[in-house]
Design a binder for this molecule. Structure first.
Ligand SMILES: Cc1cc(C)cc(S(N)(=O)=O)c1
Ligand SMILES: [Zn+2]
Length: 261
């Protein structure tokens, strides 16, 4: 029941390649985004989110992050436009964060980290029958990345931080209905986009990344509540705080990053 991988010295990003050789592949994520090297592509239209009918189901601690899962048996909540050739269905969202505010995001911008990064994960249900199948296809997933910066209190994030105590331990799950993640987006959806991978094992190279340029602002107190989660299960004697669950930037290997504008 041990963890096959983690974020520690012995099982962290620097050794993932031993069990997951794709870790050294040509389209790995995250990356450092250098704004002035991103090519502005006028053909890149706006990102369109249709989340009004989204159905959140539960919130869970999977031993790596805190995840909110959605009903994805039909096209009730999709992302489309931008670099995407068809609509992609919302499946879940989760976060990555640091032990201190100076780091925690996965993508960096001109070498700078944010305190946290929100990932809204979508899958190509037009071309693939299941999420699992899409997750192994080069055009299978689309992940919308939103940076979190500390400052004022975020007026809606409390809906999530108020229930984190119920999913403190790995394997815990709580009902979480009626949450629309649209409330976690910044006003402008200008973005960078590039072809990459899942940022945790199995690191499949199946993600079209759409990284929103503007961060959302959350308070240090709100972010601190994420750090009360633990990587370990209730039955384990270890209580390892869940923090620094981010992979550092990976080599670009000649990839182009495009900018919406
Ligand atoms: C393993 C894994 C699964 C999912 C759905 C999403 C990711 S990520 N962090 O690339 O968004 C990783
Ligand atoms: Zn993620």
């Amino acid at each position: 029941t041990g963890n096959p991988w983690g974020y520690g010295k012995q099982d962290g990003p620097s050794v993932w390649h031993k069990n997951y050789p794709v870790a050294e592949g040509d389209r790995q994520s995250p990356i450092d985004i250098v704004p002035h090297q991103a090519s502005h592509d006028p053909s890149l239209g706006p990102i369109v989110l249709n989340y009004d009918k989204c159905t959140s189901i539960k919130i869970a601690n999977n031993g790596h992050s805190v995840v909110v899962e959605f009903e994805d048996s039909d096209d009730r909540s999709v992302i489309q436009g931008g670099p995407l050739g068809n609509p992609y269905r919302l499946k879940q969202f989760h976060f990555h964060w640091g032990g201190k505010d100076c780091h925690g995001s996965e993508h960096t911008v001109a070498g700078n980290s944010y305190a946290s990064e929100l990932h809204l994960v979508h899958w190509n249900a037009v071309k693939y029958k299941t999420f699992e199948e899409a997750a192994t296809a080069p055009d299978g997933l689309a992940v919308l990345g939103i940076f979190l910066e500390t400052g004022d209190n975020h007026r809606w994030l409390h809906t999530i931080t108020d229930v984190l105590y119920t999913v403190k331990f790995k394997g815990s799950v709580t009902d979480f209905k009626g949450f629309n993640p649209k409330c976690l987006l910044p006003s402008s959806l200008h973005y960078w986009t590039y072809l990459g991978s899942l940022t945790t094992p199995p690191l499949y190279e199946s993600v079209t990344w759409i990284i929103v340029k503007d961060p959302i602002i959350v308070s240090e107190k709100q972010l601190g509540k994420f750090r009360t989660l633990v990587f370990t299960g209730e039955e384990e004697d270890q209580r390892t705080r869940m923090e620094n669950n981010f992979r550092p930037p990976q080599p670009l290997k000649g990839r182009k990053v495009r900018s919406s504008n």
